[in-house]
Ligand binder design. Sequence first.
Ligand SMILES: Nc1nc2c(ncn2[C@@H]2O[C@H](COP(=O)(O)OP(=O)(O)OP(=O)(O)O)[C@@H](O)[C@H]2O)c(=O)[nH]1
Ligand SMILES: [Mg+2]
Length: 420
Amino acid sequence: MFYDRVKIKCKAGNGGEGCVSFLREKFAPNGGPDGGDGGNGGNIVFKTSPNVTNLADFRYTCVFRAKNGEPGGKKNKTGKSAPDTVILVPVGTVIKNAETDKVVADLNEPNMEIVLLHGGVGGKGNTRYATPTRQAPRFSGKGGITQEYNLILELKTIADVGLIGYPNVGKSSLLATISNAKPKIANYHFTTLAPNVGVVKAYDTTFVMADIPGLIEGASEGAGLGHYFLRHIERTRLLVHVVDISGSEGRDPYLDYETINNELKKYSEKVANIPQIIALNKSDLVVDESVIQDFKNKVKGVPIFVISAVAYLGINELLKEIVDKLKTIPKPESLQVEEKLKSLANIKEYTINQTDEGYFEVSGPLIDSIAFGVVLDEVASMAYFQKRLKDEGIIDKLKSMGLKEGDTVKMCDLEFEYTE
Ligand SMILES: Nc1nc2c(ncn2[C@@H]2O[C@H](COP(=O)(O)OP(=O)(O)OP(=O)(O)O)[C@@H](O)[C@H]2O)c(=O)[nH]1
Ligand SMILES: [Mg+2]
């Protein structure tokens, strides 16, 4: 089984919490704050590796959570930042957000590395909140909280040339003859069950060729191997359409050619429009040369080469045409990134409930994060807390809902009476 589409879960690490601490030494009983910052959470990094050719490993490991940053410590010790979690994928991997089906990254080059999800930044230690008027802050910052994503990894092979054609016409034989690939070759249909990729060196250039499993009539309805593997020729610049011109299996070569082109059209207009070169293979078996001329009479405007992959006939001419054609066709651009993933969870959310006349309850991640580490019965902490409530617009929102002097507000475990 060839794995070219998998679903995984990824989450960058949270930032570590800032520390609340005060210097306590023998001769400085009331020392200042000395709580250090939290460390940063680990990033989720994707990297293409030439050693990875498919997505099979993700069957076993499909959850990737980078470590959280460590909390800050006393004596202004910064917490350790977590290492990146590096995920190795084959070249040509497209990453989509499973929820929206939008492309979030296209890893289309060798040794390409991207940080897809950034770890949360560490929270500040209480030292950082000290001001001339607030000399002993008893609160610290919470590290950034990250969000988990369901992602789809899809392999769309990166190859310059794609080999297409009916089963058993000699696609793999051609690939084996001209490239470093060693595909399985046998005299039956669907010998090739997964795309083979080979590197071809010819006329001072190098190009990559992908042999995809044979198509048959009705592939769009799932016949044979269906259209499943056609995604691997989506990004090729040129197709070599291999036809068995000897009709060794009793079919009409021209009908084969038409059938395959129809299947390409049913898959996508874009794939059907990729320029083609026709390779009339198994010419060593042709007894009556008129079949070649018949085919040429029916197909105009497409370069046709008469070859034999096994007897090495016409191969150099075909290669020359491929090399020349490739020079005129630009490399495909990367897929457009349709969505940029936000690493951080949305902690700006909160809700207000008026549970009784003059009684409001406010809750949600934003409140939790503002209230983190705040000692609410301490004047300086409380002043900081109230300022944040104001800055985030929560007080205004409460007022718009009818909050007035003397009303009660409940947040976390604290109830306080509102005063202007
Ligand atoms: N005589 C002759 N036989 C060939 C030639 N090319 C391929 N063959 C034979 O045709 C059979 C099929 O070849 P493959 O290369 O496996 O064909 P394929 O198109 O990859 O087939 P699938 O993977 O099944 O779609 C094998 O027995 C090959 O030896 C050729 O030029 N001449
Ligand atoms: Mg094959």
